[in-house]
Design a protein around this ligand. Structure first.
Ligand code: NAP
Length: 236
């Protein structure tokens, strides 16, 4: 029997706001798993983001729990609290350093929206990012991407037709009382309805000036808004 060095593990790190997680994200992770021969994909919902100033982001605990619900049925998908539990702003470099320290014999593949890739050069410690992970940019169909300035060997693009679904569109649909069935997993539809997320006037946003609360039963009760099921198109 031949003994050789154990092959290095290959782990995808799916970084995103996931507000909410949708089937496009799940298909993207599954495609990356297959195309890059990954052993597993860890979803890492963001904490406070340095550049996200254009809108209020839903409470991190809700985004984390929706991602847990969405990925529960796939044994090769897990969800990490690394970023939502880290105090202060979320920088990808810190996440990759931490994961590399936890899994030194693993090659990391950071998977995210291709729109995000051109900004990488402006991220904290950008020069070091390439040594910690290979970057996979998930594109929507027909999307042209300018990757000039990015190291060719460090970046790949992956076209995922299901990424025609977008979190922005899902939020708008819920706010307009339209259904999101089949755009997001059933459990996420129900989670959104249960906590009244994305409805106009619902204050389900992160207040980053205060310490991040864990969702206690009481906090959940206080936040929950009883909605008629049709608010998120519960009638399938
Ligand atoms: P975003 O601006 O919310 O999203 C940009 C685009 O990419 C959207 O079209 C989005 O679609 C898509 N997208 C986001 N995550 C995706 C994923 N995992 N797979 C496929 N498509 C995805 O981007 P973001 O969520 O804030 O940031 C993405 C990642 O970059 C996060 O891990 C974040 O921490 C990291 N980041 C790091 C820094 C830094 O270190 N300085 C700065 C910015 C971002 P949907 O809206 O449908 O998801």
């Amino acid at each position: 029997m031949a003994w050789g060095p154990r092959p290095r593990r290959r782990v995808g790190v799916m970084g995103g706001t996931f507000d909410p997680v949708h089937h496009g994200h799940l298909v993207a992770a599954s495609e990356a798993l297959e195309s890059f021969a990954l052993d597993e994909v860890i979803f890492v919902p963001t904490g406070e983001q340095p550049f996200k100033t254009d809108r209020d982001v839903t409470l991190a605990e809700h985004r984390y729990l929706m991602t847990v619900v969405a990925t529960a049925s796939n044994p090769r998908f897990t969800v990490s609290r690394l970023e939502i539990d880290r105090p202060g702003k979320t920088y990808t470099i810190d996440t990759l350093r931490e994961l590399k320290a936890q899994m030194p014999d693993t090659d990391l593949y950071f998977i995210t929206g291709a729109d995000v890739l051109p900004q990488i050069l402006t991220w904290k410690d950008a020069d070091e990012l390439w040594s910690l992970a290979h970057f996979i940019g998930v594109t929507r169909p027909g999307h042209e991407l300018d990757t000039s300035g990015l190291p060719e060997a460090g970046v790949s693009l992956l076209e995922v037709p299901a990424m025609a679904i977008s979190s922005t569109d899902c939020r708008r649909r819920v706010a307009a009382g339209k259904p999101v069935w089949y755009l997001v997993p059933d459990g996420v539809v129900q989670y959104i309805a249960k906590y009244g997320l994305y409805r106009r006037g619902s204050a389900k946003v992160d207040d980053f000036s205060r310490p991040r609360p864990r969702m206690t039963t009481r906090a959940r009760d206080e936040r929950s808004v009883k909605l008629p099921p049709r608010a998120v198109g519960a009638g399938k």
